[in-house]
Design a protein around this ligand. Structure first.
Ligand code: SAM
Length: 318
């Protein structure tokens, strides 16, 4: 069917994402020793793409760190990565001693089965999950004390995924970060918003972080969309959330406590420390400065939090 061939194309975006991340790792922008296990054929990306990967990763890291600091280290916290693909953050965090109670990852079974196989083949990865690791659902899932990989379709959030998460220790009453890096954008906004709505209605304290494309209508945006359409990919969410304001309103309209959205130019200029900027400027020569600026306006990080009890309101003050 049309849907299944589109789903295939969407799954294919994961290879591109992890290959780009490895390019940024191998060029010295990003420090993550686990990405290499998830790429069969490494390929070097142009300097503006590497810089984009670096700023995206650093921006997300700043926000995730803030979340992990909420209420101090002793307060239990969960992370749920929606459409996690080959993301290695769990391994990187565990290896660098970042504290979290449990890390859940969700993706289609076609993607999670590959992740399971790679983890089982590489001791560096399985060792971090620990000896209590169990494999389930025909090799598509992993259950461990602080890590859980679940296979499923995000379009079946409430009926299928929430019960599966809860079976494996997901807890609605501890602070939870929902992370979506280039995922919601591929979904029909009706489906992705069911997740946003559910989180807002059901979690006591939650944060959402989204990284995705915006600005479909300028010349750069329309070329980007054309290129994706050529490989049967539609950024369905980009028309509903075409700019920073609408990205914020997505949460505020659903009763979330607070929301922000910035593009990666702003992250680059205001949130990356100057030593880091000077370090990355020496990694490779970037002569397309204007092109980088233009590209950077098309990628946004939006984040929001929701807090039910007045007594928890101060958690996000820092
Ligand atoms: N978040 C990862 C990252 O940033 O490296 C992967 C991003 S990749 C561009 C998009 C991922 O979302 C793919 O792995 C795809 O399979 C997953 N995805 C998209 N729609 C999904 C759905 N309806 N259910 C489960 N996973 C989905």
């Amino acid at each position: 069917t049309d849907t299944s061939s589109q789903d295939n194309a969407i799954r294919g975006t994961n290879d591109d994402a992890v290959t780009s991340k490895l390019s940024a790792v191998n060029t010295g922008y990003i420090n993550d020793i686990f990405v290499k296990y998830f790429v069969k054929r490494p390929s070097k990306r142009p300097p503006i793409i590497n810089r984009g990967s670096y700023v995206r990763n650093t921006g997300l890291d700043i926000l995730i760190t803030k979340f992990l600091e909420v209420g101090g280290e002793k307060l239990k916290k969960q992370i749920v990565s929606l459409g996690a693909g080959s993301d290695t953050r769990y391994f990187h965090f565990k290896n660098t001693l970042r504290k979290f109670h449990k890390y859940f990852e969700i993706d289609f079974p076609e993607i999670t089965s590959k992740k399971v196989a790679i983890i089982l083949r590489n001791k560096d990865l399985s060792h971090l999950i620990g000896t209590k690791m169990q494999i389930g659902k025909g090799g598509t899932e992993i259950y461990a004390p602080d890590y859980c990989l679940i296979s499923g379709d995000l379009r079946e959030w409430e009926d299928n995924l929430v019960p599966r998460l809860e079976e494996h220790g997901f807890n609605r009453s501890i602070p939870t970060l929902f992370l979506s890096e280039c995922v919601l954008i591929y979904m029909d906004p009706i489906d992705s918003n069911k997740i946003v709505q559910w989180v807002g209605d059901n979690m006591k304290v939650a944060m959402f972080i989204v990284f995705e494309q915006i600005l479909p209508n300028d010349p750069f945006g329309s070329v980007m969309l054309q290129n994706l359409r050529a490989v049967n990919i539609e950024l369905r969410g980009i028309y509903a959330y075409p700019d920073l304001q609408s990205q914020k309103d997505r949460y505020l309209r659903r009763g979330w406590t607070h929301a922000e959205a910035v593009d990666i130019n702003e992250i680059h200029d205001l949130h990356i420390d100057s030593n880091e900027l000077s370090r990355i400027s020496k990694l490779e020569f970037l002569d397309e400065l204007e092109e980088w600026r233009l590209l950077a306006t098309h990628y946004c990080i939006a984040w929001a939090y929701t807090v039910k009890d007045a007594k928890d309101k101060s958690l996000f003050d820092h």
